[in-house]
Design a protein around this ligand. Structure first.
Ligand SMILES: [Zn+2]
Length: 122
């Protein structure tokens, strides 16, 4: 008997039937545990769980605390407030935006940065 996914030889007791296909144990586990691309909620939940488990660096936490206290801020204000360089700012804001904890917005035509859930700006 052969696995219909990876073509490995499988002994009958190790064969698994999944959605009408004969799969080896490894492929069957892959199929059962992988989030399906056609299921946006599963992918979304997996992404959210991964984000939450990822711990923030002290600088990322300080930046979020600054947003919480003072709202949308310019890059210059954030750099001077936290005592960091422009490069450090970019290294810190990028993962925060990726994790949907911070975002950029425009206030009076100028770019400001704030917490993701902050309604300020457009
Ligand atoms: Zn297989």
């Amino acid at each position: 008997m052969k696995c219909e996914h990876c073509a490995a030889d499988i002994a009958a007791p190790d064969a698994h039937e999944h959605a009408g296909r004969t799969l080896c144990e490894d492929c069957c586990l892959d199929v059962l545990t992988a989030p399906r691309a056609c299921d946006p909620w599963a992918v979304y939940s997996a992404t959210r769980t991964a984000s939450r488990e990822k711990s923030l660096t002290p600088l990322q936490e300080r930046m979020l605390n600054l947003f919480r206290a003072e709202g949308p801020l310019s890059q210059e204000r954030i750099c001077s407030g936290l005592g960091i360089s422009e490069a450090e700012f970019r290294d810190t804001i990028a993962p925060l935006r990726h994790m949907e904890l911070a975002r950029a917005c425009k206030v009076g035509g100028a770019v400001r940065y704030t917490r993701f859930e902050d309604p300020a700006g457009d």
